[in-house]
Design a protein around this ligand. Structure first.
Ligand code: PLP
Length: 281
């Protein structure tokens, strides 16, 4: 779709005509938060969890939530309905608003609200069947990675590192321990057990994090959240990525080193099948 309708501050407008003032604090400071919500067969997937995370992000940086959950659902519904695809990835962003430049919060500022959507493209069958290559780097981001902030410079640099190395993702380590990738959570499997770093300030709690915990419980996969040293990642039987757009994706090399058998493993296959079943439910 060339010029889809988007929502900006109360108006539905073609994307090409959606404009914000240059003093918007999202533009000046990256002072905002966002969400990315998948929709399958015109039904939002895990909408309640995405809304809860949006509300947590807003509260964490002191932006008053401009809408009730019901209002958010109506706005998202309007943008989605205006788009022809049945499967979409809806992006929404709230910034602190427009004010004279100054770092501290301005008085009486109205948040800027923007919602757009795109067709969702799941990972290719080839990526799923052969697995993907990743690279690694030190996590240089701030210490509130749990906030889904639009200040994404650290993530941008990590993603660029992957792009420059023809890799799908950059897996980051902080002080020798696994954190997450530039735009996905990272999981390892050893002896049939799935492990991921704990949900703390050093990672974004992906909506798939909670979902995968549920899928593990339902399919008899043992899960443990704990700090994971770098060497355990490279010695894992399987490494997986998860995100709204990647779903669950197997990693077969990191920095050119083979992970496990070099092929997607049984825990990936089980989780992938359970994920597809959850989408279709
Ligand atoms: C830094 C980061 N971690 C994890 C995730 C996974 O989150 P979700 O499962 O909600 O897509 C994302 C999603 O884009 C992300 O940007």
């Amino acid at each position: 779709m060339q010029d889809p309708l988007v929502y900006l501050n109360g108006e539905m407008t073609p994307l090409s005509e959606a404009k914000i003032p240059v003093l918007d604090r999202g533009f000046i400071f990256g002072d905002g938060v966002y969400e990315v919500v998948p929709m399958y067969a015109r039904k939002l997937f895990r909408a309640r969890q995405h809304m809860a995370r949006l509300f947590r992000s807003l509260a964490a940086i002191g932006i008053p939530n401009p809408h009730s959950e019901e209002e958010w659902m109506t706005l998202i519904g309007k943008v989605a309905q205006a788009h022809p695809s049945d499967d979409q990835l809806i992006y929404l962003q709230v910034t602190r608003g427009v004010a004279k430049r100054g770092h501290a919060f301005p008085q009486e500022v109205k948040p800027t609200v923007f919602i757009m959507t795109n067709p969702i493209t799941p990972p290719s069958a080839q990526a799923r069947e052969n697995g993907v290559a990743c690279v690694s780097m030190e996590d240089k981001r701030w210490l509130r990675c749990d906030i889904k902030s639009t200040s994404l410079l650290g993530n941008v640099l990590a993603a660029q590192h992957a792009a420059e190395n023809s890799a799908t993702e950059t897996i980051q380590f902080r002080d020798g321990f696994l954190s997450e990738a530039s735009a996905s959570n990272v999981w390892i499997v050893k002896d049939g057990k799935l492990m991921a770093p704990p949900k703390d300030n050093l990672i974004l709690e992906g909506i798939r994090y909670g979902l995968i915990e549920e899928l593990c419980a339902a399919s008899g996969i043992t899960f443990e959240a704990r700090r994971i040293p770098r060497k355990e990642v490279f010695a894992a039987d399987e490494v997986l990525l998860s995100s709204a757009s990647k779903e669950v994706l197997p990693v077969v090399t990191i920095d050119g080193k083979t992970i496990g058998s070099g092929k997607p493993g049984p825990v990936f296959r089980k989780l992938y099948a359970a994920y597809q079943a959850a989408k279709a439910a």
